[in-house]
Design a protein around this ligand. Structure first.
Ligand code: S3P
Length: 171
């Protein structure tokens, strides 16, 4: 079993899909934002406020190196900008969770904890800027992905099922 590395824009559902994949398979799972928060003992939002985005990207780089060296047979969900780390493709099969920007925002707003979900993401504070970031990143996500999974209007259960099928074929 190779690692599966989940990439995609903020709020597309990487965490929810990862939790379903664990239920439906033998994969263990980790999340790069969770790793960074425990390493730093503070929230992402605080890291951005206190040390800025550049510092956060350095932390992502360190995590990426560690994943490549030390992690196997694992489903790795990543923060939306983690795909920029140089060695991403050496970590495992890259799976993009893809959906139009408007559907991602709809999905976040429909969540019972929507306010919290928006607040904790520094790069989602200004939706116009976030749309711009999405437009810049989407072609880069597509170019990196071994597998593209359209998650629009699908449940996490359906996405996980489809993901496991597609990854099996890809390996
Ligand atoms: C970011 C996405 C966030 C988090 C940080 C930066 C990004 O993770 O890593 O706020 O650059 O897209 P999610 O994709 O889980 O929201």
């Amino acid at each position: 079993m190779k690692n599966i590395i989940l990439i995609g824009f903020m709020g597309v559902g990487k965490g929810s899909v990862a939790r379903e994949v664990i239920k439906q398979s033998k994969y263990m799972a980790i999340d790069t934002d969770d790793l960074i928060e425990s390493m730093e003992n503070r929230r992402i939002k605080k890291i951005f406020e206190e040390d800025g985005e550049k510092y956060f990207r350095e932390l992502e780089k360190n995590v990426s190196q560690w994943l490549q060296k030390s992690v196997k047979n694992t489903l790795i969900s990543t923060g939306g900008g983690f795909y920029k780390t140089e060695n991403l493709k050496n970590i495992g099969t890259v799976v993009l969770l893809d959906s139009p920007f408007k559907d991602i925002i709809k999905r976040i707003k429909a969540h019972p904890n929507a306010v919290k979900k928006l607040k904790k993401r520094p790069l989602l504070q200004d939706l116009e800027a976030a749309q711009k970031l999405y437009d810049e990143r989407r072609p880069e996500y597509i170019a990196l992905a071994d597998v593209v999974l359209d998650v629009t209007k699908k449940s996490a259960y359906e996405c996980a099922k489809e993901l496991l099928k597609k990854v099996e074929k890809n390996v």
